[in-house]
Write a protein that binds this ligand. Structure first.
Ligand code: AMP
Length: 218
């Protein structure tokens, strides 16, 4: 089963990806995570990606498509995968369809996390991440027990560079410019499962599980 998570930054894709992974047996392909870990390792790919990410821009399509192509061919993806944050442009989506077609496979479900853009900047700029275990918090909606400290491992929390308010605004503009046309592209093809992502994360998870259970994903 190949599931795609699509939605603007701050729509809760990452949180819902964690919930999906805890319930269904799927390898997780998050291009954002892959770029961040390559950047932390200081590889040429990572440094290139970081120069775009820090400005809130998309990493160029050829780099991103190549990275996903390589990952999807790994044996753990034979039974499917959860694509989180990819595709984000029509070019990426077209490349993905072609790649899957050549493998005799296809996307089974595209979940679109639908939420009013006005809510998004507030969500993004309040996000805090653990420096050690990557656990995610929100200063308003999901604060840690002790300010600035991870509940799970006691390490310090930080704000991702690309969550800072100005960059967050810019990421939303980038979404409107590059990914909103992709949403329309998939909508025209009748391939989108719309998820109302405005309610609390737990309520959204209920809708997500309902959509995936309907597909017989276990
Ligand atoms: P995310 O964690 O999914 O919000 O991604 C963080 C950043 O990584 C994005 O703002 C982009 O700079 C980059 N990125 C992640 N996925 C993609 C993609 N599919 N295409 C281009 N850039 C991406």
């Amino acid at each position: 089963m190949i599931v795609v998570l699509l939605g603007p930054p701050g729509s809760g894709k990452g949180t819902q990806a964690d919930a999906i992974l805890a319930r269904y047996n799927l390898p997780h392909i998050s291009t954002g995570d892959m770029f961040r870990s390559a950047a932390a390792e200081g590889t040429p790919l990572g440094l290139k990606a970081k120069s775009f990410m820090d400005k809130g821009l998309l990493v160029p399509d050829d780099t991103t498509i190549g990275l996903v192509q390589e990952r999807i061919l790994k044996p753990d993806c034979e039974q499917g995968c959860l694509l989180d944050g990819f595709p984000r442009t029509i070019a990426q989506a077209t490349a993905l369809d072609l790649m899957l077609e050549s493998l005799g496979r296809k996307i089974d479900c595209i979940l679109y996390f639908d939420v009013d853009p006005q809510i998004l900047v507030k969500r993004l700029s309040g996000r805090r991440i653990c420096t050690k275990c990557d656990a995610s918090y929100h200063i308003l909606f999901q604060p840690p027990l002790q300010e600035g400290i991870c509940d799970h491992c006691g390490a310090e929390l930080y704000t991702r560079d690309d969550d800072k308010e100005e960059t967050a605004h810019h990421r939303l503009e980038v979404f409107e410019m590059n990914t909103a046309p992709l949403v329309d592209f998939y909508l025209d093809q009748g391939r989108i499962t719309d998820i109302n992502a405005a309610p609390s994360p737990k309520e959204v998870t209920v809708s997500v599980f309902a959509a995936l259970d309907k597909l017989g994903l276990a």
